[in-house]
Design a protein around this ligand. Sequence first.
Ligand code: NAD
Ligand code: AHE
Ligand code: ZN
Length: 376
Amino acid sequence: MRTRAAVALAPGKPLEIMDVNLDGPKAGEVLVEIKATGICHTDEFTLSGADPEGLFPSILGHEGAGVVIEVGEGVTTLKPGDHVIPLYTPECRQCYSCLSGKTNLCTAIRNTQGQGLMPDGTTRFSMLDGTPIYHYMGCSTFANHTVLPEIALAKVRPDAPFEKICYIGCGVTTGIGSVINTAGVEIGSTAAVFGLGGIGLNVIQGLRMAGADMIIGVDLNDAKEEMARKFGMTHFVNPSKIEGSVVQEIQRLTQNERDHLGGVDYSFDATGNVKVMRDALECSHRGWGVSVIIGVAPAGAEISTRPFQLVTGRVWKGTAFGGAKGRTDVPKFVDWYMDGKIEIDPMITHTMPLEKINEAFDLMHKGESIRSVVIY
Ligand code: NAD
Ligand code: AHE
Ligand code: ZN
């Protein structure tokens, strides 16, 4: 079949909207009509050329929601008409990692996924002249139709709006999951969140759900403060407007008569900047602070700190997709949204048709959006 897609032809260039060929689903695969997709900073990261796994030409996008159109041979858990959310972290429930019960990082198809290919080592997308187009993060939601393995689709309730729940495909689950699954934040905790964008706001929402007492948000963009306060941020720090370091500032904010050291119980990096990651670690409390890296850093970037920071009890962790097991947890996130337990609508600040998808990247660069969503 033919479908409409925004194709990343080369790093640093705007996406090009065009018709592309899409082969039907092979055994174990599913053809999905994408109804809506969010634009995450990770899409921008790969489009910019900073992703060591970035491939061109490719169809980016990994935060979608849609409807099953056709299933390939042997598919048993999905049928045409089912509503689904694509999973860049699949859940096969059979690989060593899935069976370990210790991680959400299913390894069943990670190898081919990182090469922009389906599990059989081929691509379903091509240009009209026959040039192959790579898949992206196993999802490629910047196409109106896409093919995914059955294990990379979460079946969700049919009454949930696509243009909202697509955000559960990455940002919402990553942010809230980082708090609940990765950090395991307890009621009464103090926390700092670096980067108040589409992920950081969901970390804040997760902290509020977990009952954190003090939620310090850090961003260079003052415009992010208002929305973050609506989601539960109690203190705002703009590092460019303080005297001294952001670490000192956070220690100062958390000191009290019983605790002369200060420092937060939990911190989260949602910027992808390795210097910020260091600050996030070092502003966590001596003896027990846990710092979670969510941000994705460019090829070649490395984190550093004095080992003394860890010797004195701080713990550095990282998380992908908020530690969530997609097929099991994503339907629950959708229920939470439908039951009013989590909020999504105010974070979707812009919507647009596929033809205008490059405006979503412009808005992100200017710091004017939280989440933009393409509605097909
Ligand atoms: P975003 O562009 O919406 O938000 C980033 C925010 O960080 C912005 O508000 C920006 O002003 C702020 N910022 C940038 N540099 C800063 C600095 N030096 N100090 C303080 N604030 C700074 O991006 P997003 O969609 O929220 O994604 C955030 C990061 O999370 C990206 O690196 C993205 O690739 C990554 N990510 C990781 C996962 C995962 O599973 N680990 C999932 C989704 C996104
Ligand atoms: N390709 C990059 C890594 C990018 C990365 O870390 N991706 C996250 C999800 S970001 C979603 O917005 C992830 O899931 N990581 C685990 C994995 O297996 O990729 C690089 O640096 O090579
Ligand atoms: Zn993402």
